[in-house]
Write a protein that binds this ligand. Structure first.
Ligand SMILES: [Mg+2]
Length: 160
């Protein structure tokens, strides 16, 4: 920001932190079978500091089951499930959402199992992407945990 802009508008407040998360084969398998590694990380996220956004190829048809899954496991970001419009290709949907979220937030990372969808969307939006290996999802979640830790996005024990 130029000195003139700072004089006119003051310091621009820092954007809020966000984490972009795919659902299928990233947080769960077979629609509602949770991946322990994902839950372990997501449940430690400091909810006031980091907004979790789910960007999914699921459509509105899956809303009820998705809501139930998120509530059942007490996951953060209950209100932030971005369903794919029926008329739109998942790739395009994910690209648009990543671009929008990258404008509105300081995105810590995007995590997902499809490089050609969320991976490509992340690169276009300038967001750090962590690819989930379906045979070993724990590794990707450990990498994301490090990024969240670095952004001070976890709850610290003894501090509310
Ligand atoms: Mg997926």
């Amino acid at each position: 920001m130029s000195d003139l802009a700072r004089q006119l508008f003051g310091d621009v407040p820092a954007k809020r932190l966000a984490l972009i998360v795919d659902l299928d084969d990233t947080v769960c398998t077979s629609f509602a079978c949770p991946l322990r590694a994902a839950l372990d990380v997501l449940l430690r996220v400091h909810r006031q500091r980091v907004e979790v956004h789910y960007v999914t190829a699921r459509t509105e048809v899956s809303r009820e089951g998705t809501d139930r899954f998120i509530m059942e496991h007490k996951l953060p970001g209950y209100r932030n499930v971005h369903y794919c419009p029926k008329w739109q290709a998942p790739r395009r949907h994910k690209a648009e959402l990543h671009a929008r979220l990258a404008r509105e937030y300081q995105v810590i990372a995007s995590i997902g199992d499809l490089d050609e969808e969320e991976g490509e969307a992340s690169r276009l939006a300038g967001v750090t992407f962590v690819l989930v290996d379906r045979d070993n999802p724990g590794a990707a979640w450990a990498a994301v945990a490090q990024l969240i830790e670095a952004a001070q996005g976890f709850c610290v024990e003894g501090v509310s």
